[in-house]
Write a protein that binds this ligand. Structure first.
Ligand SMILES: *[C@@H]1O[C@H](CO)[C@@H](O)[C@H](O)[C@H]1NC(C)=O
Ligand SMILES: *[C@@H]1O[C@H](CO)[C@@H](O)[C@H](O)[C@H]1NC(C)=O
Ligand SMILES: *[C@@H]1O[C@H](CO)[C@@H](O)[C@H](O)[C@H]1NC(C)=O
Ligand SMILES: *[C@@H]1O[C@H](CO)[C@@H](O)[C@H](O)[C@H]1NC(C)=O
Ligand SMILES: *[C@@H]1O[C@H](CO)[C@@H](O)[C@H](O)[C@H]1NC(C)=O
Ligand SMILES: *[C@@H]1O[C@H](CO)[C@@H](O)[C@H](O)[C@H]1NC(C)=O
Ligand SMILES: *[C@@H]1O[C@H](CO)[C@@H](O)[C@H](O)[C@H]1NC(C)=O
Length: 330
């Protein structure tokens, strides 16, 4: 215990040092903007998908062109993540996956559009600690998948399949162009939303970037293009929260793991992530997180990886929470 305190004390000095450098240009903006890239980089060959990403989508991500005379229906799609449908977690958490559906009145064809992890949720939430690479290694890309067909049963049983509006062919085509650009520039998945506390006017330090955020962006884009969307039921989404005091910027991989001066911080981050290895299923990882209160609660520390950079979160009650809350249609 004494040893831990000394290490934490040392690291705190380092945080202050790094933090001071970061603040030279003035106040930090919250929430930290999610970083966009010029283009999506290739995935490292270390990352191997257990289930292929977007198996029935077009390999180049092409989206069919709709005639302007067509009427395209829009559907809100939601289903429980399979590992939460069965087993002991059933009923404990509402972990839902969200997507958008489309159907063409002229051709009768329908389509599903979703945004999800290339290597599943566990890999986007926790990194790999590799012998030969000092920095924790992340397989955290996420991307949009557009494919023909809507599996009505998959969405409507225990989930939602609801028509929420209609588009012209032109509006659909404009949206398609936006999706491709969004997909090329927003490349990584972020599980956590980090806030100062659970109250409605809390400060949001970091926003998640996940399937439901993609759905919200799409709805906002469709509204901007002139579509009217409405739902007969409450539109709730899963949010996975961390609660912390003001985060401190630590640095990227080369800053932290490439400098002998930050060795203690580097070791502390590796030790932290050792608790949460991504080969577990996501359900296992969440249980281990909820159980790992020794790290999160006693040491009150969480190392968040956001925009390919590390931040220190001084955690505070209630630490972690999974909610299923309303986000109205735009
Ligand atoms: C997570 O990433 C590791 C490393 O590439 C890979 O072996 C594993 O299959 C991935 N897990 C899933 C569920 O895709
Ligand atoms: C999005 O990017 C992924 C990864 O490169 C690709 O497989 C997919 O086809 C793209 N989707 C769209 C709709 O452009
Ligand atoms: C999508 O198309 C399939 C095949 O024609 C059909 O069974 C299903 O009901 C359609 N779903 C929607 C929501 O249009
Ligand atoms: C829906 O939930 C019930 C129990 O609540 C379960 O028996 C059934 O298998 C589920 N259906 C699907 C398609 O997951
Ligand atoms: C909102 O913030 C103010 C101070 O800025 C505080 O007095 C008030 O209690 C907060 N409201 C809620 C619901 O937490
Ligand atoms: C990492 O951060 C340093 C500044 O601390 C910066 O010079 C460098 O370009 C960054 N590296 C990457 C890969 O972003
Ligand atoms: C949906 O969200 C609202 C408000 O965020 C909440 O009161 C309600 O209980 C939620 N519904 C379910 C089924 O969890």
């Amino acid at each position: 215990m004494f040893h831990t305190e000394v290490v934490l004390g040392l690291n705190l000095l380092l945080f202050l040092h790094v933090g001071a450098q970061f603040r030279i240009n003035g106040q930090q903006k919250w929430p930290v903007p999610y970083r966009r890239f010029d283009r999506r980089p290739d995935v490292d060959s270390y990352c191997q998908a257990l289930y292929p990403f977007c198996p029935t989508g077009d390999p180049d991500g092409r989206i069919p062109y709709m005639r302007d005379s067509d009427t395209i229906s829009v559907y809100r799609l939601q289903t429980p993540v399979w590992e939460f449908k069965y087993g002991s977690l059933l009923g404990k958490f509402h972990i839902m996956h969200d997507a958008v559906g489309f159907s063409s009145a002229e051709t009768g064809a329908n389509y599903t559009m979703e945004w999800y992890e290339l290597f599943q949720l566990g890999n986007c939430t926790f990194p790999h600690l590799r012998q030969e690479v000092y920095a924790p290694f992340w397989c955290n890309q996420g991307a949009a998948c557009f494919f023909e067909g809507i599996d009505d049963l998959h969405w409507s049983q225990n989930g939602t399949l609801e028509k929420i509006g209609v588009l012209t062919g032109q509006q659909f085509n404009d949206m398609a162009r936006w999706v491709q650009e969004d997909n090329e520039t927003g490349i990584y998945y972020e599980t956590w939303t980090v806030r100062s506390d659970p109250s409605p006017n809390a400060t949001v330090w970091f926003e998640s970037y996940d399937c439901s955020q993609f759905v919200h962006r799409t709805y906002r884009k469709l509204t901007e293009l002139g579509a009217k969307l409405s739902s007969r039921s409450q539109t709730n989404y899963t949010k996975i929260y961390l609660y912390s005091g003001e985060p401190t910027y630590l640095g990227n991989d080369s800053a932290i793991f490439g400098q002998p001066a930050l060795k203690n911080l580097a070791l502390d981050i590796r030790k932290f992530y050792h608790t949460f290895r991504p080969h577990q299923t996501f359900a296992d990882a969440m249980i281990s997180l909820l159980e790992a209160f020794e790290t999160v609660v006693l040491e009150r520390s969480f190392y968040l990886y956001y925009n390919f950079e590390y931040w220190h979160l001084p955690m505070k009650p209630p630490y972690v929470r999974i909610t299923y809350e309303e986000v109205p249609l735009p």
